[in-house]
Design a protein around this ligand. Structure first.
Ligand SMILES: *Cc1c(COP(=O)(O)O)cnc(C)c1O
Length: 241
């Protein structure tokens, strides 16, 4: 295999982008009347080689998100992951659960009781608890994973009966739309989140609201997000392979 030689200019751009996004996230938090510490910046590293991810981790980035189980497992040993939290954010098939439980700190994309049961089962097998978010399909799009708002409570009550799985909050990807409209979607999920916070459901602790990506993270923060998942604004446009 030919040696991979990273592009120095791209490394420098990535570092500059990370610093800029980091300070924009802090500014948005202040603008929302919140503490900058209240909002975490996740670097979404899918399709990005370790050579471009590590410089950002070395700067202190402490949260990464990956979409695919195979891709993450294939590159994790090359990453500088000391003190870094790892989340799986892509759609997860039941038959891949066994490989990822214990390898990440959170699975953000739980959207069925079948998936939750498998996470519970595989976590019990290795004697660990797995933190998850429930993914909400706020725009009711066929093309997206996630459950509809009205299915949320029932799923949480079903998860309440399982062991070794802890719901820590909600995640969403809104439809592509203009800024006003996207804020309405974010606001809707924020309301669901706040409403569930008040309920006492076993295994459920509403702390994390993961919403906002490269194009809309400021809007998401203004509507209450506390994790923004940013990929292309940091690493550049993705090349799919
Ligand atoms: C790819 C991805 C992101 C990041 O998208 P960008 O627009 O590149 O910031 C965030 N969340 C999920 C679930 C993703 O799959």
């Amino acid at each position: 295999m030919a040696e991979f030689i990273p592009d120095e200019k791209r490394i420098q751009n990535t570092i500059d982008n990370y610093k800029r996004v980091k300070s924009q996230v802090e500014e948005a938090a202040l603008k929302a009347g919140r503490s900058p510490d209240d909002v975490r910046l996740m670097c979404v590293t899918k399709t990005v080689e370790a050579e471009y991810i590590n410089p950002v981790l070395d700067l202190g980035a402490d949260l990464i998100g990956e979409n695919r189980v195979q891709e993450y497992l294939g590159k994790k040993d090359a990453l500088h992951l000391d003190g870094v939290e790892r989340h799986l954010i892509g759609h997860l098939q039941t038959n891949k659960v066994r490989q990822i439980v214990g390898e990440v700190d959170m699975i953000e994309s739980v959207d069925s009781i079948k998936l939750a049961r498998e996470i519970s089962k595989q976590s019990a097998k290795i004697g660990t608890d797995t933190n998850v978010l429930v993914e909400v399909n706020v725009g009711r799009e066929d093309s997206k994973s996630g459950i509809f708002a009205e299915q949320l409570e029932e799923l949480l009550f079903q998860i309440a009966e399982l062991d070794r799985i802890k719901v820590r909050g909600l995640m969403t990807i809104p439809p592509i739309c203009d800024e006003n409209e996207v804020r309405k979607y974010f606001s809707e999920v924020h309301s669901l989140f706040e409403n569930l916070k008040g309920k006492d459901i076993r295994n459920v602790n509403m702390e994390i609201l993961s919403m906002g990506m490269s194009g809309d993270y400021e809007a998401a923060i203004l509507e209450g997000s506390n994790i923004v998942r940013v990929g292309s604004a940091i690493f550049g446009a993705r090349k799919y392979f």
